[in-house]
Design a protein around this ligand. Structure first.
Ligand code: FES
Ligand code: MG
Length: 575
């Protein structure tokens, strides 16, 4: 190395040299090995852009990743960089035991460390299925090298008997009809081939679509790329553009911490409310904020929810699907409608402010998917934050997907002590349950299950479903799929397994939910609660030493309000 090279900030192959005590030797070895793959000096002597490869046969939501990688590489090379693809963990919702949430932090840690360890001047993170984008954003926030998010994109809609189907809002609805005896075995089998007809992510406003919208709103993905269907040529072009832009970010040295400031989180909350977004995004945003050294402000989310209407008419809050949102103008058009709520000076990876992104929004005459502020889908926002003696550290409800008549409700508690207990008893014909009761599920939080499963959408007990009951108030310390519908209180914190008051509820107690006043309360005298508290014991799986990742998870995972991250991964000095 010349003296000049020694003084220049390390980039390309010189970045993060493995320590052999002799920098020149380290670079020589690195070159010798990479040349084994046939690279020339010319190829190696330029900005290196890492590309995460999250393709997996177990992850059909990422089925288009190979083509996206090819296009990112093309974009990187057109802009004069060298693309280097590398594998990371891939997580699919349906193939992750015990839960995908359990694995999200593992993916975040792995991605962060591989981005940090390998020499790259910027990284294009390709994710899509629910937990992958949050894991990548957590990684990017911590590794803090120039980064751009590229999502795989939503799948196209399915069709069955003349009806349009959406994964997975209709998965649940049709399964409920099957449970109620309205759809037979043969038909439900046919439905299983039609619900998810293409590669890509669930095309209702579930967690994957929500994160696709949020990454645009936060400025960490190129504008216009969050909603393009997975199968479309524009999706491939968005990958090429992301590759090109990654080179520009590398040259400018624009880091995630410069993009993901408090303004980005404010804008994310506005978008989340306006799209009727998944409740899971609240947990993920909290985790990303923790990586940046601040707490996600649940009160601000709630406040914005009173101001920001739901404008996007997509299932499960509305009627349509992601491809329709895309052709109606996508996120730039929505952001333009929301401009009075947004911090328009926020920077984006496009290299312009969010306000400038909005000026590019397309007008689509006659579209009815992106509503105007004067004609919203729902006048209040999607998500409300509840407090009360049952949820001292908060709980949330997606009111846009709830039954209006149940938003203020008092009822008798019917308690299930675990997911297993619920599974065993919910359909018991002798279960003492009425339509106006409140179903309670506990020990389904971050530590309790473990992995905070999407069990908060408790099924309607079969005997009530057969009587035509479609919705009941259901409360838990679990999460719920962003695609589900119902009057469902989630993320109750602290969770029952760490001694939260949800663990003190007994069958027959009276519980009151009042979304207008943001309250969730248990009507039991304090001295009786104190007596019950003395009997508290954590669930059996938490007793005794644990090994491996599961042991790390049980010891370190924090509560929903902090994002279910590991405390030691929060930004230095903020633990
Ligand atoms: Fe992957 Fe729904 S299962 S996005
Ligand atoms: Mg989901």
């Amino acid at each position: 190395m010349s003296d000049d090279e020694k003084k220049a900030p390390a980039s390309g192959l010189r970045k993060g040299l493995t320590s052999y005590g002799d920098a020149g030797f380290s670079l020589f070895l690195r070159k010798a090995f990479i040349k084994a793959a046939g690279f020339s000096d010319d190829a190696l002597d330029r900005p290196i852009i890492g590309i995460t490869n999250t393709f997996s046969d177990f992850n059909p939501c990422h089925g288009n990743v190979p083509r996206l990688i090819e296009a990112v590489k093309r974009g990187v090379m057109l802009a004069g960089g060298l693309p280097m693809e590398f594998p990371t963990i891939s997580i699919h919702e349906s193939f992750s035991n015990p839960t995908s949430m359990f694995l999200r932090n593992l993916m975040a840690m792995e991605t962060e460390e591989m981005v940090r360890a390998q020499p790259m001047d910027a990284v294009v993170m390709i994710g899509g299925c629910d937990k992958t984008v949050p894991a990548q954003l957590m990684a990017a926030a911590s590794a803090d090298i120039p980064a751009i998010q590229l999502i795989t994109g939503p799948m196209l809609v399915g069709h069955h008997k003349g009806e349009v189907l959406g994964a997975c809002t209709d998965c649940r609805r049709l399964w409920a009809q099957h449970r109620a005896g309205e759809i037979d075995e043969a038909e439900i089998e046919a439905v299983s081939e039609r619900l998810a007809p293409t590669q890509g992510t669930c095309m209702v406003m579930g967690t994957a679509s929500t994160m696709g919208c949020l990454v645009e709103g936060m400025g960490i993905a190129l504008s216009g790329t969050g909603t393009i269907p997975a199968t479309h040529a524009d999706r491939i072009r968005s990958a090429e553009a992301s590759g090109r832009q990654a080179v520009a970010l590398a040259k400018a040295g624009t880091r995630p911490t410069q993009i993901l400031g408090k303004a980005a989180f404010h804008n994310a909350m506005v978008v989340l409310q306006a799209i009727g977004g998944s409740t899971n995004a609240v947990v993920h945003l909290a985790a990303i904020a923790g990586r940046l050294g601040f707490d996600f402000d649940l009160e601000e989310l709630d406040r914005l929810g009173r101001d920001v209407p739901v404008l996007i008419d997509l299932k499960p809050s509305g009627a349509h699907y992601m491809e329709h949102f895309h052709w109606a103008g996508g996120m730039p058009a929505l952001l333009r409608e929301l401009r009075n709520h947004l911090i328009l000076e926020a920077p984006t990876v496009d290299g312009v402010t969010l306000g400038e992104v909005i000026t590019r929004a397309e007008d689509v005459p006659g579209q009815n998917i992106i509503r105007t502020r004067d004609n919203p889908l729902k006048s209040g926002g999607a998500t409300a934050v509840l407090r009360g003696n049952l949820a001292p550290d908060g709980a949330i409800i997606k009111q846009s997907a709830a039954s209006p008549e149940l938003l203020r409700h008092t009822g008798r508690a019917v308690v299930f002590d675990s997911v297993e207990d619920m599974t065993n008893r919910i359909d018991d014909p002798d279960l003492d349950v009425r339509a106006d009761d409140i179903l309670v599920l506990r020990n389904a939080g971050p530590k309790g299950a473990p992995g905070m499963p999407e069990a908060g959408y408790l099924p309607i007990p079969r005997k009530l479903a057969r009587q035509g009951v479609k919705d009941m108030v259901r409360i838990s310390d679990a999460r719920m799929s962003g695609t589900a519908f119902g009057t469902i209180v989630l993320h109750i914190a602290p969770e029952a397994a760490v001694g939260g008051p949800l663990g003190l509820v007994r069958d027959g107690d009276t519980i009151s939910l009042d979304v207008e006043t943001r309250r969730l309360d248990l009507d039991v005298a304090e001295d009786e609660l104190a007596r019950r508290r003395a009997d508290f014991a954590p669930p059996p799986h938490m007793a005794g030493p644990q090994r491996g990742y599961r042991g790390l998870y049980l010891a370190e995972v924090n509560q929903a309000g902090k994002g279910c991250d590991f405390d030691f991964l929060r930004k230095d000095g903020e633990i």
